[in-house]
Design a binder for this molecule. Structure first.
Ligand code: ZN
Length: 340
């Protein structure tokens, strides 16, 4: 099969990889219908995370099941399936509590690399959710978004306790932040404020339900938000970047008693204890347990009640993945879908 491999920061190649095989009786092999590039793939691309050897890329996936291990009971060959970037058994105590991303048997799909024609998905029964029948082709981008960016934005909104009557602030205008806006809207938020200075992203945020846009960032952005909220700050803040500046902006944007849902993968974030003490906000986040939300998200997508696939603003054949990474790195694209 063909697949995307990162050889070094900035060095993306599409090359022959071995076809995956069933390794454990709980595995499935799927043929990808489409795949995509994640904002988190840019950390190694930019050399912020080391790349020590040629590394297969990708952790988002939708596709059709081709082969199953002997112990898989609920997924069938021919099913169209969506899964999360963590494989999970969906039965252990942590999964049952809704934290499948920290399943006691969790396996990182990023280590498998789903920017490829085929992928082995571990723990198929617990990880994969099948759609009712074969979805229409135009639903595939939205279903692919559910695999990570929608599920992650949704978790951020839930962790931030977005809901009726709440003012929600969103730090980060990448795909996750934008879909955090969509999630907050679906959860009934009264007002949704996104920090964004890019016209195309502002427009999509408004389409997804944002009521206000603040172009300033850092403390200047916080001051603007306070102006909009009678000096109090947001009830709920979604943090979708993962830097020191964005975490502090999120905490400072939140009123006492409010909630921060943080899902940007943290890079060198150090929170000052004294400021945290007096901020008096709830912090809840981490790698999103996307699997918890997949059945509901697939239903909303298949009923055409949400259209998260709009975050894909560039579509390229997988063979041109290098151009896709470049476009996202240069912020010419919000999110790139790779066709197969
Ligand atoms: Zn589990």
């Amino acid at each position: 099969m063909r697949g995307v491999v990162m050889h070094a920061p900035g060095d993306i190649r599409v090359e022959a990889r071995d076809d995956p095989k069933i390794l454990y009786p709980t595995d499935a092999i799927i043929r990808l219908s489409a795949t995509c590039i994640c904002g988190s793939d840019l950390w190694p691309y930019r050399g912020i995370e080391p790349v020590t050897e040629p590394t297969p890329m990708g952790h988002e996936y939708v596709g059709v099941v081709e082969q199953l291990g002997s112990e898989v009971k609920h997924i069938r060959v021919g099913d169209f399936v969506v899964g999360s970037f963590f494989a999970s058994d969906n039965t252990c105590a942590i999964c049952q509590a809704g934290y499948q991303s920290r399943c006691v048997h969790a396996e990182l799909i990023g280590a498998i690399g789903t920017q490829a024609q085929l992928a082995r998905i571990p723990l198929a029964d617990g990880t994969l959710v099948a759609t009712p029948g074969m979805p229409a082709l135009d639903l595939i981008p939205s279903l692919l978004a559910a695999s990570d960016v929608l599920g992650t934005g949704w978790f951020a909104a839930v962790a931030a306790e977005a809901g009726p009557g709440k003012t929600v602030a969103v730090v980060g205008d990448g795909a996750v932040g934008l879909l955090g806006v969509l999630a907050a809207k679906q959860l009934g938020a009264a007002r949704i404020v996104i920090f964004s200075r890019h016209a195309d992203r502002q427009q999509l945020a408004v389409e997804f339900g944002a009521t206000d846009v603040i172009p300033e960032r850092g403390d200047a952005g916080v001051a603007k938000l306070k102006e909009l909220t009678g000096g109090l700050g947001a009830h709920s803040t979604i943090e979708a970047v993962g830097t020191q500046e964005s975490m502090l902006q999120a905490i400072r944007s939140t009123r006492p008693g409010g909630h921060v849902g943080y899902v940007g993968v943290a890079h060198d974030v150090r929170l000052p204890g004294d400021e945290l003490f007096f901020a008096e906000v709830h912090l809840h986040g981490g790698p999103a347990p996307v699997r918890r939300f997949l059945p509901e998200l697939l239903r909303l997508i298949c009923e055409r009640r949400i259209n998260p696939g709009k975050v894909f603003d560039l579509e390229l054949p997988m063979e041109q993945a290098a151009e896709g990474y470049k476009a996202m790195d240069e912020r010419r694209a919000i999110k790139v879908l790779l066709t197969l």
